[in-house]
Design a protein around this ligand. Sequence first.
Ligand SMILES: [Zn+2]
Length: 143
Amino acid sequence: MFKKGSKIYSIINNKCPKCNEGQFFEDNNMLHLKNLLKMNTYCPTCGFKYEIEPAFYYGAMYVSYGLTVGGAIVTFIILWLIGLDLLTIFIGIFIMLILFTPLTLRISRLLYGNIFIHYDPNYKNEDGIKFMNKKKTLTRNSI
Ligand SMILES: [Zn+2]
């Protein structure tokens, strides 16, 4: 359903929006909170520079805001339909917001990146690939 080359594939699988192969975030597991927002500088596979202009991903705040408000509204409706009182509903929304923060942060960056970066399977940036390989050997040697 979500084949390679679609934006949804990139967003769900933490893949580079350009080639859909390299990892977007360094750590695939969003529960490792220490590495939650650590992004690769370049795509390890195609060498695409993720930050296409300085502070590019600040725009993801607006996407994150939209996701958070949407999630709060959906939670409110579900808890209201169950028949809970208003205070319990707001406590439920608060808990939902805290639990979904790692997911919201990551999805918002991937969504924002996918809005502006388009899929191109033939894209190659040799400098970016060299940079990522050098970084890989440096971190391997330091361990
Ligand atoms: Zn790539």
